[in-house]
Design a binder for this molecule. Structure first.
Ligand SMILES: *Cc1c(COP(=O)(O)O)cnc(C)c1O
Length: 383
């Protein structure tokens, strides 16, 4: 197992799994329907630039990011495929968008016109996507506002509407009334635009759960995010698309010892060695690496294919775990952990596996947040 030279804690990205998941989503879409791969937040913690290259080779047509900086980083990393920013940034960012050909989402006239001006001045076309708020109440225009908005901005020769989209609040809940209402409002908005003679560009609304559960709404393009990384957005999609986990989180033991019975471990001594022959080992990963402190004394790690309890409060950059060398049998020295031994925080070791979903459940959050957090500081190794 390759590990970085500078730190014995890292994220491992399985390129074959990412490729396979991307193809699985591409195969769900009819020929001619585009796939926009969502790589915001550094590809949900997986590394946006390498992921974009793999996804493109596996069928991605376009990419989506959350911030201007994320878009600029893609361009500076040599990514030349279409990039949509999924919200409307401050008007001050317009020169950067134009310079780097990043399509913004728009919903205010002021922003749209400033963007059109800058694009025209640069001799470029200001492609944008229009957001429709159909019920998420986050961004966009209401269905009954889209025609007036287009009337107000379409005179501008610098602007071209490349797409019109909405985002579902409950695409992961089958036969949901809020969802049906959003679908109706979105279809209304597209209808109003077409009736008034406006081209909506690419019409899109499906996210990962929508893409799997609502194929009738693939329309011109699907925006796929979490599923690409091998995670299911909800139980309903399990069994409908075969996904493989992409991220593992690993570390190596930096120190081990047998403290005396009753000895406390880590800040606050919240774990005390309960009996003889309990070994305590340290790994260099902590809450600043995405291993939430709320998991202290509650999570397990894998070592030698065994589940071992994490011990004591998780520190900013390190944490400890305990190995009960008497587990289910008499003293067994081969269970002992040594300096440099491999520890799995997320992923597989022998027959045992700790999934992102297991950790999300323990943290009281969703799988999305768990991988985003691990992406923040740990070095990524692509295998
Ligand atoms: C994040 C996001 C997506 C992707 O959602 P997943 O559930 O990860 O597929 C799609 N569209 C918009 C607007 C988003 O913000």
């Amino acid at each position: 197992m390759r590990s970085p030279d500078t730190r014995w804690a890292w994220v491992e990205i399985d390129q074959a799994a990412l490729r396979k998941n991307t193809r699985a989503f591409k195969n769900l879409l009819p020929r001619g329907t585009k796939m926009m791969c969502v790589i915001k937040a550094d590809a949900y913690g997986h590394g946006a630039i390498p992921c974009a290259r793999i996804m493109h080779a596996a069928g991605a047509d376009q990419f989506a990011v959350a911030t201007v900086d994320e878009g600029v980083a893609l361009r500076e990393g040599g990514i030349t495929w279409p990039v949509l920013m999924l919200s409307e940034p401050p008007v001050e960012s317009v020169p950067l968008l134009v310079e780097h050909d990043i399509m913004p989402t728009v919903y205010t006239e002021e922003f749209a016109l400033a963007y059109g001006e800058a694009a025209a001045a640069a001799g470029k076309v200001g492609y944008y996507h229009l957001a429709v708020d159909t019920g998420m109440n986050r961004i966009g225009l209401r269905s009954n506002e889209v025609v007036d908005f287009r009337r107000a901005i379409d005179f501008h020769r610098g602007l071209v509407c490349a797409g019109t989209f909405t985002h579902f609040a409950t695409a992961d809940e089958p036969r949901n009334w809020d969802f049906e209402l959003q679908v109706k409002r979105f279809k209304d908005a597209i209808g109003y635009l077409r009736d008034a003679g406006f081209d909506p560009g690419l019409v899109h609304c499906d996210n990962t759960p929508g893409t799997v559960l609502h194929p009738e709404l693939h329309l011109d393009m699907a925006r796929v995010g979490v599923g690409l990384y091998g995670m299911h957005p909800c139980d309903a999609t399990r069994g409908l698309v075969d996904l493989e986990p992409v991220m593992s989180v690993r570390a190596r033991v930096t120190r081990e010892l047998y403290p005396s019975v009753g000895a406390g471990v880590s800040y606050g001594c919240t774990y005390r060695v309960p009996k003889q022959n309990v070994q305590v080992a340290t790994i260099p990963i902590g809450y600043a690496d995405g291993l939430s402190r709320t998991l202290s004394n509650r999570m397990k790690v894998l070592c030698h294919g065994m589940r071992c309890r994490q011990a004591g409060n998780i520190c900013m950059d390190q944490c400890m775990f305990a190995i009960d060398v008497n587990t289910n049998r008499s003293y067994h020295p081969s269970d002992e952990v040594h300096y440099g031994d491999l520890v799995t925080i997320i992923g597989r070791d022998g027959d045992e596996e700790i999934t992102v979903d297991e950790m999300a459940e323990l943290r009281g959050t969703i799988n999305y947040e768990v991988t985003c957090d691990f992406g923040l500081r740990l070095q990524k190794v692509y295998v």
